[in-house]
Each structure stands twice: as structure tokens, then as C-alpha cells.
Design a binder for this molecule. Structure first.
Ligand code: Q46
Ligand code: ZN
Ligand code: ZN
Length: 334
């Protein structure tokens, strides 16, 4: 297989685009395409101050690398979830969170980039697995409390740090799997909000963007490898057996028979939305400031937003072991 641009041996063949490229041309093609998507969906400009949510995985580190190569002002945000606290005999953290933190720090240091870090345990008083045990008595996976915390902290860090845009590394496989899951449940409220760009509808919210949403997972893995990025290969241990992974497998089977099926599924959805297939009902997107922390919430009242209610519950259980206000006034450590 030869590179379409120069005839050298191809490093990747993308059947869905009928395009094979050598390593050099693939490394040029990815940022070019990203820039095209950034412009097409009006994600941001060179004037924006961007915060990239960095997990230490291939997608988020690739995104940070690409935005940096394209000349955007992009800082990173790492959220320490405290997952898998294994230690080496010498006492070093070697579990999922410690390892991903180490890789994110190394990536930033090598390139002279700014990485902001929020450690959930140090800032709020418990790790995500601990939080899950307290909030749902360990019956379920920690993913729902984890997601709630990540969304809250990302938004808050973006707001407090003066960022106009919050970028995440979701790729096409992530988006198509979520889309399929939401479609199977006809979850209209989620479908209407699933998009490459979610505008900041009010002060206190950052515009959320997904610049990699049209790249296959395989393409992002190839980018990270060819570019020599050092990323965490392992998934979070709690991802095993998740519904998202199940839908990814289903979609991969479809893709096998019909190259491009995944992309078409996602793009047709975006087109249907543009044509008005899904729309917000009046009042659907109404947000109010939380009485306790001031962050936007759909559930106003003296008990606060879902984040505040969750941590209040944890504080009641863990009592004095938690800081009184859980330091929620300053979640960002530079
Ligand atoms: S990090 Fe958190 Fe994921 Fe791990 S606990 Fe679940 S939600 S799987 S993306
Ligand atoms: Zn080439
Ligand atoms: Zn709140």
C-alpha cells in the first residue's frame, strides 16, 4: 500500500476515507483535518484561551499536542480521581491515576506547557472510589459520581482560570457509542445536547468543544504512536464491561462490513439535528446559580446542585475527616 501523496510506503490505510498515507503525511493530515473541524463547527479561534481536559490517554494528549502544533493557546487540566491506589515496594503510586498523572506532567514538562491539576481527594476530601462507596454503598460502578465530579471540576476550573473554551478528546468511536446508546433509549434530552460544540449559554459555563469528534479511535491511536507520545495504554479499571465499550464493539462489527458506517451514523445525526429533528423545549436548558457553590445547575434550591448534595452526604458520613467547606472556593492548583 502506497501513500496517496508521495508514493512512499503507507503507515496507515483508512478504508473509510479511501486514503492511505505515509507517517509524515499522516502527521500533517491530522492537524489539517482538526483545523478544518475547528472552523466548520466554529469551535474557537487563536484569540481563545483553551483548557484541554487531559487524562493521560492517547486522545487527550494527542489533542493537546495538535492544538499546540496549530498555534492555539491551550493549557491542560488533569483531574486526579484517586483510582487504583496500588503502590510499588518503594511506595510509589503505580495505579491508574498515579500513572496517568505522571504521564500528563511529563508531557507538559517536555513541551513547556502549563498543566493545572485538581486532586479530588486533596481538594474535596475523598477519592472517587470512596465517594462511590459512600454515595451508592458500592452497589454500582463509580462512573456516575466520577462523571458528575469531572464535569463540575472541568467547568469550574475553566471558569476560575478565565478560559473561554473547554476542550475534550472525545473521538468518533466515543461519540458514535454514546449516540447509539442514547438512540436505543430515545434519550431526547441527551440527544439534543450531543454536539461537537456546546455553547456557553450563561456566565459561569465554558463553551465545550470536541475537536477530535470526527477521527476514528484507530486514527488517534496511530497519531499518538507515530508522533511518539508517551500515553497510558490501560483503560481505567472501572471501564471494563461498560455499556459504552459494548456499543463500541457493536459499531466496530458494522464498520467491518461497511467501512465508514460509524462516521455516517454520526454525521447523519448532526445533519438531522441541523434540520431540526431534535429541539429543546422551552425551559429545558434553563440554568440557575447553585445556592451553595454558585455554579450553574438545573436544580436550584437550598440543598444546592447535585455536586454540592453529593459532597454534603459524604461530609455527613466522613464527618471531621473532611475540610469544613471542602475547599470548593479554590479547586485549581497551577
Ligand atoms: S474514569 Fe471515571 Fe471513566 Fe473510570 S470511573 Fe468510570 S467514568 S471508567 S471515562
Ligand atoms: Zn507520503
Ligand atoms: Zn453547588
Amino acid at each position: 500500500m502506497k501513500c496517496r501523496k508521495c508514493g512512499a510506503t503507507a503507515a496507515i490505510n483508512m478504508r473509510q476515507h479511501k486514503l492511505a498515507l505515509c507517517a509524515d503525511h499522516f502527521l500533517e493530515w491530522v492537524p489539517e483535518q482538526t483545523q478544518r473541524f475547528v472552523e466548520k463547527y466554529k469551535m474557537f479561534t487563536l484569540e481563545d484561551k483553551i483548557l484541554v481536559a487531559v487524562s493521560g490517554g492517547k486522545d487527550s494528549l494527542s489533542l493537546w499536542d495538535i492544538l499546540n502544533r496549530l498555534g492555539y493557546h491551550a493549557d491542560g487540566l488533569y483531574i486526579g480521581l484517586g483510582i487504583d491506589g496500588r503502590r510499588s515496594p518503594s511506595g510509589e503510586g503505580i495505579g491508574y491515576s498515579d500513572e496517568s498523572h505522571r504521564l500528563a506532567e511529563a508531557f507538559a514538562a517536555e513541551r513547556g506547557l502549563t498543566l493545572r491539576v485538581v486532586e479530588v481527594e486533596q481538594t474535596y476530601g475523598a477519592t472517587i472510589p470512596e465517594l462511590a462507596v459512600i454515595s451508592n454503598r458500592g452497589r454500582d460502578k463509580p462512573c456516575s459520581v466520577c462523571g458528575l465530579n469531572k464535569r463540575y471540576i472541568m467547568n469550574r476550573a475553566a471558569h476560575d482560570g478565565g478560559y473561554t473554551v473547554l476542550a475534550t478528546g472525545h473521538n468518533l468511536d466515543d461519540e458514535a457509542a454514546v449516540l447509539m446508546q442514547n438512540t436505543m433509549n430515545w434519550a431526547g434530552g441527551y440527544l439534543v445536547r450531543q454536539a461537537p460544540v456546546l455553547e456557553a449559554t450563561q456566565p459561569g459555563l465554558a463553551r465545550k468543544v470536541k475537536p477530535l469528534c470526527r477521527f476514528y479511535e484507530r486514527e488517534m491511536a496511530a497519531y499518538a504512536i507515530v508522533r511518539g507520545l508517551d500515553y497510558i495504554y490501560d483503560e481505567c479499571p472501572h471501564a471494563v464491561g461498560s455499556t459504552t465499550i459494548y456499543y463500541k464493539e457493536v459499531l466496530n462489527q458494522m464498520e467491518e462490513h461497511r467501512p465508514g458506517a460509524k462516521l455516517q451514523f454520526y454525521l447523519s445525526f448532526l445533519q438531522a439535528k441541523e434540520q431540526g429533528l431534535f429541539a429543546l423545549k422551552p425551559g429545558d436548558a434553563e440554568l440557575h446559580a447553585c445556592d451553595k457553590c454558585g455554579q450553574p445547575t438545573t436544580a436550584p434550591g437550598p440543598e444546592g446542585c447535585s455536586f454540592c448534595r453529593l459532597w454534603d452526604k459524604v461530609r455527613a458520613v466522613k464527618g471531621a475527616r473532611l475540610p469544613a467547606s471542602a475547599a470548593i472556593t479554590d479547586p485549581v492548583e497551577a
